[in-house]
Design a protein around this ligand. Structure first.
Ligand code: ZN
Length: 181
């Protein structure tokens, strides 16, 4: 729609890295691409933000892309697993809620199923380990956003989860009751 975008100026294309120019960081004196390996990367970032705001933005965008890449990986894994109601697909679309339920295991034993922790950006492996330690029982990540704790500890979770992760309110934990499998 003739809004002046048809004159293509020759020159560097956005998003293309030209190895023509090396920019050095004023904090660690390394080329800025290496700042992230410097122990004081935070200070480097501050220096970059002040002195090379454009480069700083570029570096930050690269970081975001990497995160997106991880997201894609998770989606793939999720498809392979293919189960679970509380999927951690698009985190913004999923309501933040943790669900706990009891499921039978064997004739007399029960396990406790916890889903939804990743809607609070909680590392499931860390959480599973925490539950295992807390309840002195087996606890493992069993799905994209599912942890199974070996034992009936459902009622305790309403206290323990908000205590461990204050961002999870007790009201954000839904009791799904007993599962029938
Ligand atoms: Zn630096």
């Amino acid at each position: 729609m003739g809004d002046g975008n048809e004159n293509f100026a020759p020159g560097p294309l956005p998003g293309v890295t030209y190895p023509l120019q090396v920019l050095y960081c004023g904090n660690c004196s390394m080329p800025i691409e290496y700042c992230e390996y410097y122990p004081e990367y935070e200070k480097c970032k501050q220096w970059l933000e002040r002195n090379l705001p454009e480069e700083f933005e570029k570096l930050m965008k690269i970081g975001e892309k990497e995160e997106d890449g991880i997201g894609e990986e998770e989606k793939k894994r999720q498809k392979r697993g293919g189960k679970g109601i509380m999927k951690a697909k698009k985190k913004d679309d999923v309501p933040k809620q943790v669900c706990v339920s009891r499921a039978p295991r064997g004739k007399k034993k029960s396990v406790t199923v916890v889903t939804g922790l990743s809607t609070f950006d909680i590392d499931l492996k860390v959480a599973a380990k925490f539950f295992g330690t807390k309840f002195a029982c087996g606890s493992s990540v069993t799905g994209e956003d599912e942890i199974v704790i070996q034992g009936d500890v459902k009622d305790d979770l309403f206290d323990i989860i908000p205590e461990k992760w204050p961002e999870i309110d007790e009201d954000s934990i839904e009791d799904l009751g007993d599962q029938k499998r």
